[in-house]
Each structure stands twice: as structure tokens, then as C-alpha cells.
Design a protein around this ligand. Structure first.
Ligand code: ADP
Length: 542
């Protein structure tokens, strides 16, 4: 017997309809690339999203056509999030930090028909336009009078002029909730970019879960600043969850340095911010150097790569800002786990609490996890045994778009490529990416553990641990370190800093000081590039 409730498809257009009706005055604040601060409301975003929808018709795009963006976080990008997907076209957020040839490859693979781009990215667009053969229309996200006459892009039009020609009435179509809504290519940290194709259903369910109290805990009282780019895995669902809850949104545009982000946090009374650890490292550096305080910031979600314990302590103990350590993947929309404490942890001694907090967190309802051995046998949740982490759920990938490799699933589960432990309370801790684990003398060394200790040294700004081939031990770890400006620490100091913190055989064999560690398109350390940089390096005992 079927239930007798309404069967309304879960569609992205319903989010902006809801925000317009229930939170028309909810604020959307953006730092524009022109440098000024732009203010509008959910009512404005809804109206302009309908103009975007009409523009989709005017550009003669078919249902399901891919519409690409090369854009910073801002109100226009938000309008495209709703206006493009709401009509049944697929929003494809391209990552501008990739090489233009790679972007063109991705645009061709996706068969993008239109490209909306911020003027900052004009040089990239020029470099890729001859190669990205499927793109029929180029639209610059700017006012008509900001469009250069000599842009070098044939038929280039301005977004504002395009929108101005469109009526602001539009009835969102109703279609199957499993229809594709948006797509994002993995940043290729560990190989060729692969296309993840989200659906309306997966996006809405993910937005519901993302807003839950033990996930990102979003509400109409929040002022939310996503430093995480809107081209990186749906900005971790924040644009959707914010519309669902009526939270104020604050977009940093292109100014992602510590000073600019801090100023925006203070001036817009931001309560909740989100980004990868490298971004918060810059922010903490700025705040510490200037002896500044956060007056409204209550919590920050940090994920995308392991958040060093020193960063969790600094935010928590020195600034009273709660860190939500989170883990996910583009293939998971991306939220998988978020670290919030259970009742039993609340009265723990600070050092014990930190041991819980550094883990990547508990599964969000909707994501099922397990760890397995190389034979696929499920391993216990004892917090000690580690294995390959597999996940499943309604916002986890089933197949990559246009992939010849077949479904990545194993017995219905998606193998994440991460190695992890899960404790009896359900807290998952990433040991490493399987490609980054260091195998020494038949034992495994977690590069994350080695990095976290280096990062707790006051002179260290950034640290990356990689394995180097060794004839006897197979591999031995070394640590590449970037020192803080004006700080001094020697190789010997740093190696002795490990004493008592790791077993002797886990301590790196050497320290390599660098000016910078290569970062990928989403701000994560690129160990493949680092390995290339250090290809002529020899371990001290060889
Ligand atoms: P890419 O695979 O292109 O880097 P993703 O952003 O999807 O793009 O990366 C997902 C991966 O990032 C995860 O599989 C995991 O290895 C890593 N990751 C994400 N969050 C964390 C975290 N909190 N701690 C450790 N690793 C993380």
C-alpha cells in the first residue's frame, strides 16, 4: 500500500522560491571584483534568477544543456546557481585555477554551450576560446559599460545587458527530481579530472542534511561566509542550505587574503565561515600578527584536507571560535562527516577533547560508511584498525559522467581512496589518502600525523610529508616545510621536535625547506607536484 502524501519532486527552484517568500529581505552581500561592496536580498536574487531562466531560453539552450561558469563567489554566481538549474539546464562550475588547456579540455568533455565569466578571467577565456569548441556564447559577468570593446572574444556580451532584456516573470518547470542539476570536475589532485553530475534530488537532500545542527547548523540568524569557492563542490552546499534556511550570505569575491576576509567577517557580522586549512592559516596569521579578535564569528567549518590540531586549538582556545572539522569529496556532493561532540565529550579535559575534535567527524544522516581490508572484508569500528573507506547514500556518486571506466562502485559502495579508522562512537579519522600513505619496513606511516606535528611548531607555516624510495625500507618519510615569515628553525630543531610525539621509525629522515609548497586548484597541497619538484632529492643515508 502506498502512502497518501503529495509527491512533489525535490527541485532546486523550490529553494529560491522559498527564500523569496519567507526571507525576502535576507541579505546577500558581495565584494565585487571592482572592489566595492554590493548588497541585495533574496527577493532580488529570486527576481534575477528568473531573468537568468528567461536568458536560457533567449540563448536557445536545450533542456539538459551545460552552462559553464568561471566565477568568484558573488551574487551573480548565486543567480546562476538557481536560474540555470531551475530551468533544467546543468550548471557547470569550472575551476579557474586550472591551466587554460585543462579548462578547455573539461569544457569540451562537458560539451558546455555557454560560458559566464568574471572579467578577472578574461585572459583564461582568451587562451581557451579557440580550444573549447562547444561554447557558443560568452557572457561577461559585468555591467554593459564595463565590457571592453577590444575583448578579443567574438560576440561577447555583458551579463547585465543580457538580463536587462529579459522579463522577471518565469514559471519554474516541474520535472523529474533525478534530472541533472549541476556538475563539477574533481580537481585532479590524484589524476585526470573526472565529472561528477549532481541531481536536483541529491542536491536538495544534501542541503537538508548540511543544515542539520550536528552538521553545519545553519539558521536564519546566521551570517555565512563561504571562502570555499562556488566552483569547488557546490561550495559545500552553503548556497543551497542558506536559501533553505534564510541565512545571510557574504561573498568574498576575489579577495581571499587574510586581511580582506577578516574585514568582511567583522563588517558583515559573520557568524559562520567555511574554507580549506590553507585559507584559515592565512587568516590566523593575519589575526595573530595584528593582535585582532573576532567579535561575531562563532564557528568555522574546515575541510578539504586535514585540519591540523594546532589550528583547531588556536581557533578554539585563543579566539573562542568552534572548529567543525569536516570531510567529504566532490563525489559526495561533498559532505560526508562533520565533527561535533556528543554529550559524553563535553566535560572532558581539553587535551582529551582535542583528541576527539581532530578526527574528521561523525557520519551525517544519509551517508553510510564502512572500512574494509584489501579483500573487501568489513573491519571493526574500534578506532585503531584502519582500512579503505567506502561510502554510500543518496548524494554519493553512482557513475562518472561520460566515463569509459565503468561504475566506480564496489558492491554498491563508493571506494573513497581514503584510508581511515572509525571509533566505537562513529568518529571517522582519515589516516591518509591511499596514495599518500608511506610504507616503511612493511608498516604504514600516516603523512597527516607527521604534518600535524610539524604544523604545531611555532615557526612552521606549512608542511607536507611525502615518502621517498629507500632500498631497505621501501619508503622513508621526509617533511617539506615552509617557515613563517622571519621565523627561524633548523633541520635539527625540527627533527628533535618529533621526539616523544611519534615512534622513532615514524619520524621523518630529513627536512627540506621550501619557499612554497605547490597548491592545487582548490588550495590543497599537491603532493604529486611536490614529488616532481623533489625528483632529484636523495635521502641523507643513501
Ligand atoms: P580532489 O580529489 O580533486 O582533491 P575533492 O575536493 O573531492 O577533490 O577531494 C576529496 C578528498 O580530499 C578526500 O578524498 C580526502 O582525501 C581529502 N579530504 C577532504 N576533507 C578532508 C579532511 N577533513 N581531512 C583529510 N582529508 C580530507
Amino acid at each position: 500500500m502506498l502512502g497518501l502524501m503529495q509527491n512533489q519532486p525535490l527541485l532546486i527552484s523550490s529553494l529560491i522560491d522559498f527564500a523569496e517568500r519567507h526571507h525576502p529581505e535576507g541579505e546577500i552581500v558581495s565584494r565585487r571584483i571592482e572592489g566595492d561592496i554590493h548588497r541585495c536580498s533574496y527577493k532580488d536574487i529570486a527576481r534575477r534568477s528568473r531573468q537568468v531562466a528567461n536568458a536560457m531560453e533567449a540563448l536557445k539552450l536545450a533542456f539538459g544543456d551545460r552552462v559553464a561558469t568561471l566565477a568568484w563567489n558573488g551574487y551573480r554566481h548565486l543567480e546562476l546557481y538557481f536560474g540555470v538549474s531551475g530551468t533544467g539546464r546543468v550548471l557547470h562550475t569550472l575551476n579557474p585555477r586550472l591551466h587554460p588547456d585543462q579548462i578547455a579540455w573539461i569544457a569540451n568533455h562537458a560539451e558546455d554551450q555557454v560560458l559566464f565569466f568574471d572579467m578577472t578571467f578574461l585572459p583564461i577565456v582568451k587562451a581557451m576560446q579557440g580550444k573549447a569548441t562547444s561554447i557558443r556564447h560568452y557572457v561577461a559577468l559585468c555591467d554593459a559599460d564595463k565590457l571592453p570593446a577590444d575583448s578579443g572574444i567574438a560576440g561577447l556580451q555583458s551579463y547585465e545587458a543580457l538580463l536587462a532584456r529579459q522579463p522577471d516573470t518565469f514559471v519554474w518547470p516541474e520535472f523529474d527530481e533525478n534530472t541533472a542539476s549541476s556538475m563539477c570536475y574533481t580537481s585532479g589532485t590524484t589524476g585526470d579530472p573526472k565529472a561528477v553530475l549532481f541531481s536536483h534530488r541529491s542536491t536538495i537532500l544534501h542541503a537538508f542534511a548540511g543544515g542539520l545542527p550536528d552538521a553545519l547548523n545553519m539558521s536564519a540568524r546566521d551570517s555565512v561566509l563561504p571562502v570555499v569557492p562556488m566552483f569547488h563542490a557546490n561550495a559545500w552546499s552553503l548556497p543551497y542550505s542558506a536559501a533553505m534556511t534564510g541565512a545571510k550570505m557574504v561573498f568574498p569575491g576575489a579577495a581571499l587574503d587574510g586581511k580582506s576576509v577578516y574585514e568582511l567577517i567583522e563588517s558583515e557580522k559573520v557568524t559562520f565561515a567555511a574554507g580549506v586549512p590553507t585559507v584559515w592559516q592565512m587568516m590566523l596569521g593575519h589575526v595573530q600578527a595584528g593582535g585582532l579578535r573576532f567579535s561575531t564569528l562563532k564557528r568555522t567549518v574546515i575541510g578539504g584536507s586535514a585540519c591540523p590540531p594546532a589550528m583547531i586549538s588556536a581557533f578554539n582556545d585563543d579566539y573562542g571560535v568552534e572548529v567543525l572539522h569536516a570531510w567529504g569529496m566532490t563525489e559526495m556532493s561533498p559532505l560526508g562527516t562533520v565533527n561535533t561532540l556528543k554529550n559524553k565529550h563535553l566535560n572532558m579535559a581539553p587535551a582529551d577533547k582535542l583528541k576527539v575534535r581532530v578526527k574528521q567527524g561523525r557520519g551525517v544522516y544519509g551517508v553510510d560508511m564502512k572500512i574494509v581490508d584489501p579483500g573487501g572484508k568489513e573491519l571493526p569500528w574500534d578506532g585503531k584498525v584502519f582500512g579503505d573507506l567506502h561510502v554510500k547514500g543518496p548524494w554519493v556518486i553512482r557513475d562518472y559522467f561520460k566515463s569509459d571506466a565503468g561504475s566506480p562502485l564496489v558492491d554498491g559502495w563508493f571506494p573513497t581512496g581514503d584510508v581511515a579508522t572509525i571509533d566505537p562512537d562513529g568518529y571517522m579519522q582519515i589516516t591518509d589518502r591511499s596514495k599518500d600513505v608511506i610504507k616503511s619496513g612493511g608498516e604504514w606511516i600516516s603523512s597527516i600525523d607527521v604534518e600535524n606535528i610539524a604544523m604545531s611548531h611555532p615557526a612552521v607555516a606549512m608542511a607536507a610529508c611525502i615518502g621517498m624510495a629507500h632500498p631497505k625500507w621501501d619508503e622513508r618519510p621526509i617533511i617539506a616545510v615552509v617557515r613563517k615569515p622571519a621565523a627561524t628553525v633548523s633541520r635539527e630543531d625540527l627533527l628533535s621536535f618529533y621526539t616523544g610525539k611519534l615512534a622513532k621509525w615514524q619520524v621523518p629522515d630529513d627536512v627540506v625547506f621550501l619557499d612554497a609548497i605547490p597548491l592545487g586548484g582548490t588550495g590543497k597541497m599537491q603532493k604529486t607536484k611536490l614529488r616532481e619538484m623533489l625528483k632529484d632529492y636523495r635521502l641523507p643515508d643513501l
